[in-house]
Design a protein around this ligand. Sequence first.
Ligand code: SF4
Ligand code: SF4
Length: 309
Amino acid sequence: MKELLENRCFFKLVCGAGNESVEEVRRLVKLYSDAGCKVFDLSAKPEIINAASDAKYKCVSVGIKGDPHILKAKINSNCTNCGKCKEVCFNNAIINAPAQIQEERCLGCTKCASICPFNGIDLISKDVDLNKILPTIIPLGIDCIELHATAGDEDETDEKWNTINRLYNGMLSICIDRLNLGNKKVISRIKRLVATRKPYTTIIQADGIPMSGSDDDYKTTLQAVAMAEIIQNEDLPVYIVLSGGTNSKTLKLAKLCGIKYHGIAVGSYARKIVKEYISQPDFFENKIIYNKALTLAKNFIKETMNNKI
Ligand code: SF4
Ligand code: SF4
């Protein structure tokens, strides 16, 4: 994986820290592996890591309380079953009449809660005890642990970071954005966490706006490039990967802005372009469906990476 970063060929398919749908992850990983992707971001659950058996490199995601990547939506008693939330859920996590959220499919994007006219959806942090979960997943064979560290206080961030460092000695990643923390706090947090690490054993995933890249345009990717520039200006011994609002335009914009990125992580857009095929019951058996999805995935990676993969 280090070689991909050094050669700036790192392309990571984000299945979603909150994506606990075993069959969807199995399909995404097989499809994007066949398309040339080698690195996959996965929920830190044994069944998800096992479902990603086709992945060459597995990066598991954990988070601190309040980080959008570990939020789960939950319908509350204010719900009137109006159906509006179902329309905005890009991951088909909401079923209607009465409205219900399939937790394993919820990625915590918060769109449903924002659109609900009746304040009928709560967003709850799904915090896990790293001391319990990491010893169960590290032996399964993982290549990176990513801490989503855009919320919470400094004490909680340090505590989780120290636990990860104590239990795992491989590559680590910090996924962070400046929307919650602001420029100064985001940099001081990154510097403090990186100070405990050997040079070039840490990826900083410069997150623009998490889960916002479903449209293939420059607007969604602006924040990711801006965040990467802020990190680059600090000249730290880290790898910089762009995420959050990323799509086929991201690396073009990063180049135009002089960002020396090492890679890109794409979630919403990469999943969106194959969604209608992935959801077919005979996805693996029906070669016409599979090959259509494969062509889309291959073309997307090629366009995004300028033939570097
Ligand atoms: S938008 Fe709100 S009120 Fe309407 S179905 Fe969803 S949770 Fe219920
Ligand atoms: S809209 Fe987002 S937060 Fe709401 S259920 Fe769907 S994935 Fe979860």
